[in-house]
Design a protein around this ligand. Structure first.
Ligand code: IVH
Length: 706
């Protein structure tokens, strides 16, 4: 029934993989969520095997939603996965009125628009709920998802359908519904009104069920229910405020889009206001601060967005957030409590981090028992001591902080805190070097705390994400001496399979699931996750994604780190500075890391970055030099758009230069380029190349897929 794989073209393989992904997702939902399998187990296994064989033959066609990568995940939490039409990004945060002026200054400068010329902005309340994406085809609602990791979310189609405010069909403007696009992905926030939250908690309490800490948690807990009937019994609401992919947009401004949303029948926040200048924006923020407690729902700040979509497009994105929008957050909530103990944690990099153990207290709806103290300087500067009464604050999801000590309440026998000079875990020296504020344990590989944390990082959700090998089990296997280095994970079944089966609390099923999960990870780890999992200092999720995006394969990335111009190649990537670049290079220069890597690569397959095929553009991988004055955009915009389309920007012309973009009164660089026979582009040529780039997948810097 299946075609012989060796005879298949790429296109055929791609089509079949897409079919399998959809079919198996459908079978998974029927099996796991609806408890009504559509096919026999044998039939299911056959499809699974076929998918594996196809992926082996065409590894670069492995899909982000591939069934082979979903092993366990769909079963564990029961939600299908949905790849977003366009990534769901987040917003940068600002906290002060001065920051609002800075934000507008940057926008003016980036666009080269004089300070006194108006850039119209839209100001909106920032709803404290959880974001959703809802896809409509030919005006009919078809699917909804949570934000997930930004690239892939959880399928909440059935749950969101129970929210009465969600239109199941877009109302057309006229009889013929000509204003409804073929495809549109509408985004917004699902929230629980404060009254509904109190009612729900009352009921939960009566039924002896879990009460929720705040409306946001209640909304999340209600929407992410495997049984949509439970969602239906909760009162949820929503506001729409953004769009992903759309075919056939008829609007040119954000406010125009909001008007269209209303016509289609979506709830749009009534407080939204157009601002003509920074003063208007600040006035809106102050008004919302005043109104906050009387609104029927929680907001945690306001969002400012550039109104004109052509300007939004020119501004583009930095890493995960747009340059054309920002969140202005309300000041954090504070509370007073007692600091019982200062505890020192040793992280995977050996950093000694002091943590305050607090008398648990409710801060703005969330119980807080710990606060970060950052480092020795911070403790000394604020003179924080064990036994002190302290003011703590919590802003959004960040770890609570200590604002100050209430000196009047300090016990008479209190003594200043002395920061340890030896590692509390391994007893090695703990040192501060140069003007670094952080104290590091010098124990390196002999420090159990560092080793354990490195392993936890390696298998974490954002890293290899091995189902069944959570932080607790890593800790256990480490203590038992079964996993000492990451490679040991892949030998676990062989070396300690039987012992694991016999561990207390473990049965046949959980052990087999764990080994299956390990094997499935071995078959293919996405490049960005692998880079993140290595635990290179300074390299978090976003940087790992940037690197994966730029180098596409691990081999390419690895060999770059060994080249002489590694530093300049790395710092050319927007979002990567000299400190990060040095950490990356140092990591791979370390012999022990290289040995470990070689062993790891023998035990698992690192998948190439998925962007490659889709996002080849005429500028991908090309080195571009700008010279002279550009008319239609500023130099920084030009650079950002070139990098966004996959190019490298260099400041000097050499034989490695692919294009020189020459503006007015270009000088020696232009001459140089002519002598070297390098292709010279006018500003117009460059703009049309960007246009082509956009059509082939890149969109003005929207290279981030997660
Ligand atoms: S716009 C690309 N508008 O805030 C920008 N977001 O901190 C898309 N949020 O993930 C977001 N109210 O969940 C936008 N009026 C509003 C919002 C809003 C709440 C949430 C949203 C986003 C998060 C970023």
């Amino acid at each position: 029934m299946f075609k012989e794989i060796t005879l298949m073209s790429r296109l055929e393989a791609e089509e079949e993989l897409a079919y399998l992904a959809h079919r198996m997702a459908e079978l998974d939902i029927a099996y796991h969520q609806q408890d009504s399998p559509l096919v026999s187990d044998a039939e299911y296994d056959k499809l699974k095997r076929r998918n594996e064989l196809l992926e082996e033959a065409f590894p670069d066609l492995i899909r982000p939603d591939s069934p082979s990568r979903k092993v366990g995940a769909a079963a564990a939490d029961g939600f299908g996965q949905v790849t977003h039409s366009v990534p769901m990004l987040s917003l940068g945060n600002i906290f002060t009125e001065e920051d609002v002026y800075d934000f507008m200054d940057k926008i003016h400068r980036f666009l080269g628009i004089p300070e006194n010329e108006e850039i119209e902005m839209v100001a909106e309340p920032k709803i404290d709920g959880l974001s959703f994406s809802a896809v409509y085809r030919q005006g009919k609602f078809v699917q909804a998802a949570t934000r997930g990791d930004g690239a892939i979310g959880e399928d909440i189609t059935l749950n969101i359908k129970t929210i009465r405010e969600l239109p199941l069909e877009l109302k057309g403007d006229d009889l013929f519904s000509s204003s409804v696009p073929d495809f549109i992905d509408i985004r917004g926030e699902v929230y629980m009104a404060r009254k509904d939250f109190f009612d729900l908690n009352e009921k939960q309490q009566r039924d002896n069920k879990k009460v929720f800490a705040n409306p946001r948690n209640a909304a999340a807990g209600s929407l992410r229910q495997l049984n949509p009937q439970i969602t239906a019994g909760r009162n949820l609401s929503l506001f729409a405020y953004a769009v992903g992919r759309v075919n056939g947009a008829t609007w040119t401004t954000h406010s125009g889009f909001l008007e269209q949303l209303k016509k289609w029948g979506f709830p749009v926040n009534p407080e939204i206001r157009i601002c003509h200048n920074t003063q208007d924006m600040i006035a809106f923020f102050r008004d919302m601060t005043q109104k906050r407690s009387s609104l029927p729902y929680d907001i945690d700040g306001v969002v400012y967005k550039v109104n004109r979509l052509d300007l939004q497009e020119r501004l583009g994105f930095i890493a995960r957030s747009p340059r054309w929008a920002i969140a202005h957050k309300f000041p954090a909530e504070q509370a007073m409590t007692r600091l019982n103990k200062i505890r020192i944690q040793v992280g995977r990099t050996g950093a000694l981090t002091p943590v305050a153990d607090l008398e648990p207290i409710n801060v703005g709806g969330v119980m807080v028992a710990h606060a970060t103290l950052h480092n020795a300087d911070e403790i000394a500067r604020k003179d924080i001591r064990e036994g002190d009464t302290v003011i703590i604050q919590r802003a959004g999801d960040v770890i609570p902080q200590i604002v100050r000590v209430v000196l009047e309440k300090r016990p008479l026998d209190s003594v200043p805190f002395t920061f340890p000079s030896i590692c509390p875990v391994c007893g090695s020296h703990a040192l501060r070097e140069g003007d670094d504020a952080v104290t590091y344990c010098m124990g390196g590989l002999i420090c159990p705390a560092q080793n354990k944390e490195r392993l936890k990082h390696f298998v974490s959700k954002e890293g290899l994400d091995i189902e069944g090998l959570g932080q607790k089990n890593v800790e256990l296997f480490y203590e038992l001496g079964w996993i000492k280095t990451p490679v040991d994970i892949f030998k676990l079944e062989q070396n300690h399979g039987l012992e694991i089966l016999n561990l207390e609390g473990w049965g046949q099923k959980s052990a087999v699931n764990l080994f299956d999960a390990i094997r499935s990870v071995q078959k293919g780890v996405p490049l960005d996750r692998f880079i993140y999992a290595l635990g290179i200092r300074e390299v978090g999720e976003t940087t790992a994604k940037l690197l994966a995006n730029r180098f596409q394969t691990f081999e390419e990335f690895y060999s770059m780190t060994k080249s002489v111009d590694a530093i300049s190649v790395l710092t050319q990537i927007e979002g990567i500075g000299a400190v990060m670049a040095t950490e990356i290079i140092d990591f791979f220069a370390e012999e022990r890391n290289r040995t470990l890597l070689d062993e790891l690569l023998q035990n698992l397959t690192v998948l190439p970055d998925e962007g490659e095929v889709k996002q080849q553009t005429p500028l991908t991988g090309k080195t571009v030099v700008f010279t002279g004055t550009l008319q239609k955009m500023t130099r920084s915009e030009a650079k950002a758009r070139a990098t966004g389309a996959g190019a490298k920007v260099s400041s000097s012309v050499s034989s490695k230069t692919d294009f020189v973009v020459a503006g007015e009164s270009a000088g020696s660089k232009l001459q140089n380029a002519q002598e070297l026979g390098i292709r010279i582009l006018s500003e117009e040529d460059f703009l049309s190349l960007l246009d082509v780039a956009k059509k082939t997948g890149y969109d003005n810097g929207k290279i981030e897929r997660g």
